[in-house]
Ligand binder design. Structure first.
Ligand code: HEC
Length: 169
C-alpha cells in the first residue's frame, strides 16, 4: 500500500509539472491545431473585409450601386420616420453635430475638423441621395461611416430628419 501512495504522489507531481510546462509552451510553440470552426471563410475582428463580389446585391436591396449616381429616397418623411431618426441621431450624431444639428456637439471642439452645421443651405441644398451616401461612407478622417451602425432604413430616416433641422436664431 505504501508503494501505491508513493506512486500517486509521484504521478501527481509529474502531472502538475507537465501541466505547468504545457501552459507556458502553448504560448511559445503555438501549434496550429486543426479545429473545424477555424476552417471557414470568415473574418477576424478588425480584419478588412474583402470587396463585394462583382454583380452581387446586398440583402437589403441595391440601395446604391457604385458609379450609378446618388440613390433616390424610398422612405416617406412621415412622423414615424422622423421619430425613429430623432432617437438614432441622439445616439450616433449629436455628440458631434449637436442636438440642434448646428455642429456644436459635446466633442465638436476637440475635433480637428469642425462637424458641419447641418441646418445651413450648403447641406440642405444637397440631394437626399447625396446625404445618404455621406452617411453611408462617412468622410474619411473626419466623420465615421454609418454603413454598419445604421441599417439602410435608418440612414434614409436620418436623411429625412436632417431635412427637419433648422437654424435656431
Ligand atoms: C466624429 C464626429 C461625427 C459624427 C459622430 C458624425 N459626424 Fe457628420 N460630420 C462630421 C464632420 C467633421 C463633418 C465634416 C466633414 C468635412 O469637413 O467635409 C461631417 C459631415 C456630415 C455631413 C455632410 C454635410 C455636407 O454638407 O456635405 C452630413 C450630412 C453629416 N455629417 C451627418 C451626420 C449624421 C446624420 C450623423 C449621425 C448618423 C453624423 N453625421 C455623425 C463629424 C461627425
Amino acid at each position: 500500500m505504501k508503494l501505491f501512495q508513493q506512486l500517486v504522489v509521484v504521478f501527481f507531481v509529474v502531472f502538475v509539472l507537465f501541466g505547468g510546462l504545457m501552459m507556458f509552451s502553448m504560448d511559445i510553440i503555438k501549434i496550429d491545431w486543426v479545429t473545424m470552426m477555424e476552417i471557414q471563410p470568415s473574418f477576424d475582428a478588425q480584419e478588412d473585409p474583402l470587396p463585394v463580389p462583382a454583380r452581387s446585391i446586398p440583402v437589403e436591396g441595391p440601395v446604391s450601386i457604385p458609379n450609378m449616381g446618388a440613390p433616390v429616397n424610398p422612405v416617406p418623411a412621415d412622423d414615424v420616420s422622423i421619430q425613429r431618426a430623432a432617437n438614432l441621431y441622439t445616439i450616433n450624431c449629436a455628440m458631434c453635430h449637436g442636438t440642434t444639428g448646428e455642429g456644436n456637439g459635446q466633442i465638436a471642439a476637440l475635433l480637428a475638423n469642425r462637424p458641419t452645421n447641418l441646418t445651413l443651405d450648403v447641406t440642405q441644398n444637397k440631394s437626399d441621395g447625396a446625404l445618404f451616401l455621406t452617411l453611408t461612407n462617412g468622410v474619411p478622417g473626419r466623420m465615421p461611416p454609418m454603413i454598419e451602425n445604421l441599417t439602410v432604413r435608418d440612414r434614409w430616416d436620418m436623411v429625412n430628419y436632417i431635412r427637419t433641422l433648422e437654424p435656431s436664431q
